[in-house]
Design a binder for this molecule. Structure first.
Ligand SMILES: Cc1ncc(COP(=O)(O)O)c(C=O)c1O
Length: 393
């Protein structure tokens, strides 16, 4: 049962300009509003709903978790789902240890602390600086805001957390600033999502890995938006054939329930002692049970092949749209994450798409972003591209 919303509310803090319709139901790759209008969803809760809406397996996992009666017990006690999920994450990646938390920004805040603790434990004087890249988005909490390259987000909160700076996406620039005596870590998104869907070149990532290793600096990869299968590989770093020291993940992990994780090597884990970090909710049995189901579904080679093949088709379709339209300047992306630079304001294209029944979001003033659920079929993608072309005009 739903009740119609009032025209507006003063009860919610106005940090979001929400679209006007009230969403009441989801099915597959579609959302429905209170008037019954359907929307093909190429936002997926901002890269969260990889399995779409109403997925039978996901629903079952959620019901089973509830039926166990064990939603939360805190990290003072052992529970099986979190331990099993951590083991799967370790087996599937470079990592030796996992710390669970509740969101992307929280994962990055934790990663910064771990880098600092590593820098303090292993070097005298301690190394503490963290470097992020131009165009980066790592979150809006206090530490992560200093690593997020959006002047309008940063300005009102200056002075920002210290010891965190932003450098150009340029290896010679990084060579100049990576002081081995002061820098603890560099943080990079293999695909910068919010910053306009910029795929960081594999050669750049390999060069950065070599440089950070040579200078004894940790490499943190933020795969909060691009990991968990969205690029066609389970981890985006696999495309470059490198491994990080720390990796952060979150969005799709628990099918829409809040969950994040920090994956790390033993060398980083060795610096962390009981009490160095904590969370009341992180890795609780309910979210971790659902997380186990999501992991198995998205880690399935068939799912990854589906994203690779259909993502290549989507890229080609967008390139051909760009060739036909004077209103498209550039297309970037891979798998199921794409950015389209448009001549109009991105928000106008987003709003026209919404009228046509397609949900897309922006990634900068003139970039619209497509993040379809990973279960979207070729037919869904075709329909999305047709609607997008109409919305671009
Ligand atoms: C790459 C990246 N890092 C961090 C975050 C922050 O995640 P959250 O909104 O869950 O705090 C986001 C969110 O969009 C993101 O895309």
């Amino acid at each position: 049962m739903t009740t119609a919303l009032a025209a507006s509310t003063d009860a919610l803090l106005g940090t979001y300009r929400r679209a006007p319709m009230e969403l009441v139901r989801g099915a597959g790759v579609e959302l429905f509003d209170a008037e019954g209008k359907a929307y093909l969803d190429f936002v997926a809760g901002i890269a969260v709903n990889a399995l779409g809406y109403g997925d039978a397996g996901l629903n079952r996992a959620m019901h089973d978790a509830i039926d166990s009666g064990l939603v939360h017990v805190s990290n003072l006690y052992r529970t099986s789902p979190g331990e099993r999920l951590a083991e799967k994450l370790v087996e599937s990646s470079f990592a030796d240890r996992v710390f669970f938390c509740n969101s992307g920004a929280e994962a990055n805040e934790g990663a910064f602390k771990m880098a600092r603790k590593w820098g303090r434990t292993n070097f005298a004087p301690p190394k503490h600086e963290i470097i992020a890249l131009r165009g980066a988005f790592h979150g809006r909490l206090f530490g992560t805001l200093a690593a997020t390259d959006r002047p309008q987000y940063r300005m009102p909160f200056r002075p920002l957390a210290g010891g965190i700076s932003i450098t150009e996406r340029d290896l010679s620039e990084l060579e100049a600033v990576l002081n081995p005596e002061t820098v603890a870590a560099v943080i990079v998104e293999p695909v910068q999502g919010e910053g306009g869907v910029r795929v960081i070149a594999p050669e750049f990532l390999r060069g950065l890995r070599a440089l950070t290793t040579e200078r004894n600096v940790l490499l943190i990869l933020d795969e909060i938006q691009c990991g968990y299968g969205r690029t066609g590989k389970f981890w985006a770093y696999e495309h470059a054939g490198i491994t990080p020291d720390i990796l952060t993940t979150a969005k799709p992990m628990a099918g829409g329930l809040p969950m994040g994780a920090i994956l790390m090597t033993q060398a980083v884990a060795d610096a962390m002692q009981p009490g160095d970090h904590g969370t009341t909710f992180g890795g609780g049995p309910m979210v971790a049970s659902v997380g186990l189901h999501v992991f198995d579904r998205l880690h399935d080679p068939k799912m990854l092949a589906h994203v690779t093949t259909n993502g290549a088709w989507l890229g080609a379709a967008l390139e051909s749209l760009a060739a036909r339209s004077m209103r498209v300047r550039a297309v970037r992306g891979m798998g199921y994450i794409w950015g389209i630079d448009v001549t109009d304001a991105a928000k106008d294209v987003v709003s026209r798409a919404l009228d046509l029944g397609l949900l897309i979001c922006s990634a900068g003033e003139h970039t619209v972003r497509l993040l379809p659920p990973l279960v979207a079929t070729r037919a869904d993608l075709e329909r999305g591209v047709q609607l997008l072309e109409q919305a671009i005009g």
